[in-house]
Design a protein around this ligand. Structure first.
Ligand code: UDP
Ligand code: MG
Length: 308
């Protein structure tokens, strides 16, 4: 019997744990004749009683595993931990707030049985997101498509099925700054896409705010593209060329017509514009150097306190 591993990160989801298991069990019931399951719940340092709830729902069930982190390491770390512990022939990470409907699982498995190594679940609408979130998500996918060497499919999150071949490949990616969507895309493999409708959050509230999402997007861009670094070479080149032309013009003009003092405005504009551009350039360098710094420390991505 083939085994399917589900990886489910929990962060302050106490109010939804039992409902999640109820829905999951309902969806899995009809598949149990053909597949065995492994349900890896990662408690990502929740401050509420998510852990007690999880232990409650486990109640001696062999297939349910609970990894308790020593603190909050973030969703990307939780999924990484799940991938490290998963033993299934296929692995599916999914959210614990029922936004990823468990009824999609059999559809994914069917595609996998047809020989696909990766089955992406693409959301068909963004109705659960605000307007700004929708626009910025679009912008992110657009930018990253143009400047990254990988193609991150739009509207596809961590909800996907991956064959154990793919999981083995993912384990080879040791970076500590983990942008899972990018890492997933980077390894490639034969990919199918299915569609699903995102549910509204069952209860509780999202732990991502606008600032977190912005940093997440920065992580995504800088982890998989060096274009923001290289663009300064070209910008610097263009400005140098224009300055040279302007210098020539000034020399010729002074030689012909003599010097006239006014020029405060153009000086100020040049100083302000150039220093702004330089600061942005330094900021971008800082983004990358910061990441080199983090990677060079080789810290573990997560720390497990206990396994239940
Ligand atoms: N999550 C996590 N660690 C965190 C933040 C979130 O494990 O630091 C989990 C959370 O429990 C949920 C999933 O990641 O299962 C998605 O989080 P959320 O629903 O808050 O994000 P959204 O769906 O709004 O993008
Ligand atoms: Mg959610």
């Amino acid at each position: 019997m083939k085994k399917i591993s589900l990886i489910i990160p929990f962060y302050n989801e106490a109010s939804g744990v039992s409902a999640f298991f109820e829905n999951l069990d309902k969806a899995l019931a009809s598949m149990r004749t053909n597949y065995s399951f492994e349900i890896i719940c990662v408690n990502d340092g929740s401050q509420d009683n998510t852990l007690e709830q999880l232990i409650n729902c486990k109640m001696g069930r062999e297939e349910v595993k609970i990894l308790e982190f020593s603190r909050n390491f973030g969703k990307e770390a939780a999924i990484t931990a799940g991938l490290d512990y998963a033993k299934g022939d296929a692995v599916i990470p999914m959210d614990s707030d029922l936004q990823h409907p468990p009824e999609t699982i059999p559809v994914m498995i069917a595609q996998w049985e047809q020989g696909f190594d990766v089955v992406l679940a693409k959301r068909t609408d963004r109705a659960t997101d605000g307007f700004i979130q929708e626009v910025t998500a679009r912008a992110f996918y657009e930018v990253s498509r143009h400047i990254s060497h990988i193609d991150i499919p739009a509207d596809v999150g961590d909800f996907r099925l991956m064959d154990q071949k793919v999981v083995a490949a993912l384990k080879g990616m040791k970076e500590t700054c983990r942008f899972m969507k990018g890492i997933f895309s980077w390894v490639g493999f034969r990919t199918a896409t299915i569609e699903y409708k995102v549910n509204p959050r069952l209860c509780g509230k999202s732990s991502f705010n606008t600032w977190k999402r912005w940093n997440f997007a920065l992580e995504g861009i800088t982890s998989f593209s060096t274009v923001p670094l290289r663009v300064w070479t070209y910008l610097g080149g263009a400005i140098t060329f224009l300055s040279f032309c302007y210098a020539l013009y000034l020399i010729v003009k002074t030689a012909w017509f003599g010097a006239d003092t006014p020029g405060f405005a153009s000086l100020m504009v040049a100083i302000l514009a150039l220093s702004g551009v330089q600061l942005i350039g330094i900021g971008v360098l800082g983004e990358y150097i910061g990441r080199i710094f983090m990677e060079s420390k080789q810290r573990p991505v997560y720390i497990v306190r206990q396994i239940y």
